[in-house]
Design a protein around this ligand. Structure first.
Ligand SMILES: [Ca+2]
Ligand SMILES: [Ca+2]
Ligand SMILES: [Ca+2]
Ligand SMILES: [Ca+2]
Length: 302
């Protein structure tokens, strides 16, 4: 199973999670988001306090070592819990008004000269996902694969801008990828509220309300413009909340990142912004009447 199969938009899961009446599955009683969050944070922190990590050779791909987590036993007097690692960091991620503490182990940021992805970009990664409570893998791609972050779970894309890719990335005609040994890599520990919550992908083995984790190696990222209107998707997050589905300037059924006429004035966005000779968007964006709203978002102009 590939991640692009298993990823779902969390917003739609939460809204649709009140019952599965017509698919023959037993109806799941949706639990309280705050209650699940508290439970998941306890589970994640317990894992971080009782496990250490090791880098082991990866038989499936000798280009990188796998990060594995092992429980500290009584005889492991020299092992450092992940919780005490100098590489462990956390950040606050807000979803539907709830603040989540997203822990991540940043073992290496990546090549300094390589761009960081935004939350709305596409990334070339290898990864393995595991269920925290049983420390058991549910999915992996040992070979580099492209992901549209917008189609991934929030906890996955919210950590990607902590990393950079590697230098020397070449995507070979036979499908393999060559890269230098300076890619970013680490692990992110994700509470279910910003993963699959009550509706894990069927067949994944992930239980409802279960925290999960991903080991990630990042090789490359590219700025993504989903609707091809010349405005990169990260800039189409008008309200700045790092979600793309809730920005809809003209109030039709299409959010800005998929709408080629964002303000609905009949003039395509492409014609209301400017590009240089190489086709790159020129900033600042034109604001002909000087009201602070760029022309492509201003239906009153022209
Ligand atoms: Ca766009
Ligand atoms: Ca937004
Ligand atoms: Ca729209
Ligand atoms: Ca327009």
């Amino acid at each position: 199973m590939k991640l692009h199969y298993s990823v779902l938009l969390l917003a739609s899961i939460v809204l649709a999670s009140c019952g599965n009446d017509d698919d023959g599955l037993p109806e799941v009683v949706t639990r309280d988001v705050e209650e699940v969050k508290a439970e998941n944070m306890e589970q994640i922190e317990e894992f971080l306090k009782t496990h250490y990590y090791e880098l082991v050779d990866n038989p499936q791909n000798p280009n990188f070592q796998s990060i594995t987590y092992k429980r500290i036993t009584d005889s492991d007097t020299d092992k450092e819990p992940v919780m005490d690692s100098e590489f462990l960091q956390s950040k606050t991620v807000t979803q539907l008004g709830v603040d989540y503490n997203l822990y991540f182990l940043k073992l290496r940021e990546g090549a300094e000269s390589v761009r960081k992805p935004t939350f709305a970009d596409s990334v070339l990664v290898t990864y393995s996902g595991f269920r925290l409570l049983e420390n058991r893998f549910f999915d992996s791609s040992p070979n580099p694969i492209w992901f549209d972050l917008n189609r991934n779970i929030i906890g996955f894309y919210e950590v990607m801008d902590e990393f950079r890719g590697s230098t020397g990335v070449v995507e070979n005609p036979d499908g393999t990828v060559t890269f230098d040994d300076n890619f970013g890599y680490g692990t992110v520990f994700i509470p279910s509220g910003i993963a699959y919550f009550s509706a894990p992908p069927p067949g994944s083995g992930i239980r409802a309300y279960e925290p999960i984790a991903f080991n990630i190696q990042l090789y490359k990222s590219i700025e993504t413009d989903h609707d091809g209107d010349g405005v990169p998707s990260w800039m189409e997050d008008v309200n700045g909340n790092r979600r793309l589905g809730d920005d809809n300037t003209n109030g039709n059924n299409t959010p800005n990142f998929l709408d080629t006429d964002d303000d609905g004035d009949g003039i395509p966005t492409r014609e209301e912004v400017n590009f240089d000779e190489e086709g790159n968007l020129i900033l600042p964006l034109p604001d002909s009447n000087g009201n602070g709203t760029p022309d492509y978002l201003d239906p009153t102009f022209p």
